[in-house]
Design a protein around this ligand. Structure first.
Ligand code: ADP
Ligand code: MG
Length: 701
């Protein structure tokens, strides 16, 4: 196990290598921040060229510092970093934080240097944060550490935040201020040669000072490990992630940015889905979701009541809530009569409740309390607009405060007010989540509701699937020994059978005589397929003949296929005859697998058959894959209704598809020589237990 992060996050002694009184330099800013934050431990400044900085003595070298240090902050120019780190380690530093940039994000030379530094730290049993990072903040009163060069202090609050981008860190601090939310810990991980997001997840897993985890990532240090840790955490506390590099362009920018290679978005999407992570599209949206998560109980369901004093914003809210999959049910009769008793006759008691512009702060509070009592409602959203004559937004929020604080349900506020309001409101103790616009509130609420729903479900676990690994390994090794490539049809089906997949009875033969014998054994009707190394899409070249009913038809089909394949340029000695039981009437799906540099072996599910490439209606999943993960993949394809039944067609049994995904996931995870696998199609039927695989390809390295 790697040494603890305590010396980094809860140091008692810090040395600042490169401290300076030049206010505009990084060293100057960090030194100032460290002092201003009121660090509860001891700080030692190191700079051979200065006597003192901020009335504090400067040491010529860290080796002169009179006690052992927990954390060394390295801010010296690139050329001096190696020596600085070496000296700090020699002096017993348990954590090193390298703020200096110019490493892996620049090129190969910088990459080699950062790896050398990581190795030095590892050997010394010290942790390394960065390089190319912005430092760390721990707002716990017991620590009060701020080693960043942010121009303003970070607000204290409930969030743990790990950021792969340092400069973004500064912007985040501003976005937090706008919302009145803050951090308990903030760690800029930079090039993450040692300390990465996984370390922080583990550090925060059981830290009560971090009830909500937020992350900005451009790549995953180890996606496998991330999935495992996040799966464990999300049933206990929420993780909200912004993963940049979604698009090809974004991925390219991200990779040149921190030197990390990011792969498309399918992997990240699957990772969040399977780990129960809340995915946000921007830092602002991440903080919006975090605001609700940290200030309200989790919503019990999707039903929202909207309370407003203006029609327009109420309609906007209703649209936004519905668009995000939330519901605005009618209010209970008792709720309506209680509201009627206090509101003007022209008020609307539907949902949204429009109290009309004459409503004052007291009515807002009373109505909020009444709506919170409604058994049909899980969340109440108040929308306060400044009507010039009647009441101020600030006064209204203040009046409602006791009701918000006492709420046993999720209660959020939208304040369509001037920026000045937010400046005043932020300082209010026990403020509910307050949003500028109903759309932002609806989006954030929808994310929280989805998380809450997931958290109520039993925890997902990957079940053990028995497969004949010895037999499978032998078959795969045979092809690898030939230099890799696609397995022949017979071995392909043998592998799938050994893995536990149901495949249609088959035989591989060379002559028409053998074909007739085997077809009788399998039982007519049969299917004839051409099997050859150079034949990829069999039906395209006349290499598939379906529904062959007897010996004579089979001999005829063989002759026809030989003619067609010869015409397509396949010499008779380059392919042989693959016979298979004919299973008509199934719905075709594809189960696939490929390998990704960042995410490892992936599984894929989609509607199969000829149109799979055109429709691209597929879902990817990460391995290992739990049954629920597989089921979610199946149920989230766009055309799911084609499988569950539409327009008078009966639905098919989906269980075999779900199980096939689990089987393939287990297979490709265990056998790393498989680089690509396709079962296309797996045929699904309304009848239970009838599903069967009729075509497949496996490519090994
Ligand atoms: P390829 O994909 O190489 O063209 P397939 O073996 O997938 O060849 O066959 C093409 C199509 O023929 C399948 O998508 C399926 O519709 C149908 N088919 C193939 N084998 C069977 C079978 N055993 N029973 C029923 N239909 C089949
Ligand atoms: Mg096929």
């Amino acid at each position: 196990m790697a040494p603890s992060l305590d010396p980094l996050l809860r140091p008692r002694t810090i040395a600042v290598i490169g401290a300076t009184s030049r206010k505009e330099s990084l060293g100057g800013k960090i030194t100032a921040r460290l002092f201003d934050a009121g660090f509860t431990g001891r700080v030692y400044l190191v700079n051979p060229k200065q006597e003192s900085v901020r009335s504090t003595r400067c040491y010529k070298s860290v080796l002169d510092v009179p006690e052992k240090i927990d954390l060394a902050l390295i801010i010296v120019p690139l050329a001096g970093v190696l020596q600085a780190v070496a000296e700090c380690l020699k002096h017993g530093a348990k954590a090193i934080c390298i703020i200096t940039a110019g490493f892996g994000e620049i090129g190969a030379e910088g990459k080699a240097l950062q790896e050398k530094l990581a190795a030095m730290c590892r050997e010394a049993g010290a942790r390394l944060l960065g390089p190319n990072c912005m430092g760390a903040v721990n707002n716990s009163p017991a620590v009060a550490l701020d080693s960043t060069f942010s121009p303003s202090p970070t607000l204290s609050g409930p969030l743990g935040f790990a950021s792969q981008s340092g400069s973004l860190g500064c912007a985040v601090i501003n976005l937090c201020e706008e919302r009145g939310i803050g951090f308990s810990q903030f760690v800029s991980i930079g090039n993450k040669v040692d300390v990465n997001e996984n370390d922080l997840l583990e550090a925060w897993e059981n830290d009560d000072e971090v009830p909500v985890i937020t992350l900005y990532l451009e790549s995953f240090a180890d996606a496998d490990q991330f999935l495992e840790i996040a799966r464990r955490i999300t049933p206990k506390k929420p993780i909200v992630l912004v993963k940049a590099g979604k698009t090809a362009a974004g991925a390219k920018a991200a990779s040149s940015h921190t030197g990390a290679l990011s792969a498309g978005d399918t992997g990240a999407e699957a990772l969040c889905r399977q780990a129960g992570i809340i995915r946000a599209d921007s830092i602002g949206e991440m903080l919006d979701a975090a605001l609700i998560l940290s200030r309200c109980p989790l919503p019990e369901g999707r039903r929202v009541a909207v309370l407003t004093n203006a029609g327009g914003p109420g309609i906007l809210a209703a649209d936004a809530l519905a668009e995000n999959g939330l519901e605005l049910p009618p209010l209970a009769e008792e709720t309506r009569s209680r509201l009627r008793a206090i509101l003007r006759p022209d008020a609307s008691l539907a949902n949204p409740v429009d109290m009309v512009a004459s409503a004052g702060p007291q009515q807002f509070r009373q109505c909020l309390e009444i709506l919170l009592d409604d058994p049909n409602i899980d969340t109440v959203m108040t929308i306060t607009v400044t009507p010039p004559l009647f009441c101020g937004v600030y006064e209204t929020i203040l009046e409602m405060l006791p009701a918000f604080r006492a709420a046993k349900k999720t209660a959020i506020a939208v304040a369509m007010a001037a920026e000045e309001f937010y400046g005043r409101a932020r300082t209010i103790e026990g403020l509910p989540p307050v949003f500028h616009q109903p759309e932002d509130a609806a989006k954030a609420l929808a994310r929280v509701v989805a998380y809450a729903e997931r958290r109520r479900l039993p925890q997902r676990t990957v079940r053990t699937i028995a497969q004949d690994d010895a037999a499978i390994a032998k078959l795969l090794a045979k092809q690898s020994a030939r230099g890799g490539g696609y397995l022949p049809a017979d071995d392909t089906f043998r592998v799938l059978e050994a893995a536990g997949l149901r495949v249609a009875p088959w035989a591989l033969v060379d002559t028409p005589q053998d074909a007739v014998r085997e077809a009788r054994r399998i039982g007519y009707p049969v299917v004839l397929k051409a099997n050859g190394e150079a034949i990829v899409h069999k039906s395209d070249i006349g290499g598939v003949a379906l529904n062959i009913k007897d010996d004579a038809a089979l001999e005829q089909a063989i002759a026809t296929m030989r003619a067609k394949l010869a015409a397509a340029g396949h010499a008779p000695d380059t392919w042989n005859l693959f016979l298979q039981a004919f299973r008509p009437g199934g719905r075709e799906v594809i189960i696939g697998s490929s390998r990704d540099d960042s995410y490892g072996p992936l599984v894929m599910f989609g509607l199969g058959g000829t149109f799979v490439e055109v429709l691209k209606d597929v879902k990817f999943g990460l391995t290992p894959t739990a049954r629920e993960d597989a089921e979610e993949m199946v149920r989230s394809i766009r055309a799911i209704k084609i499988l569950t039944g539409a327009r008078g067609q009966a639905g098919v049994d989906l269980d075999p598809a779900i199980e096939a995904i689990e089987i393939v996931a287990r297979l490709v995870r265990e056998h790393s020589s498989i680089v690509e696998l396709d079962v296309n199609p797996l045929l699904l039927y309304p009848e239970k237990g009838k599903a069967i695989a009729v075509d497949a390809r496996i490519r090994v390295k």
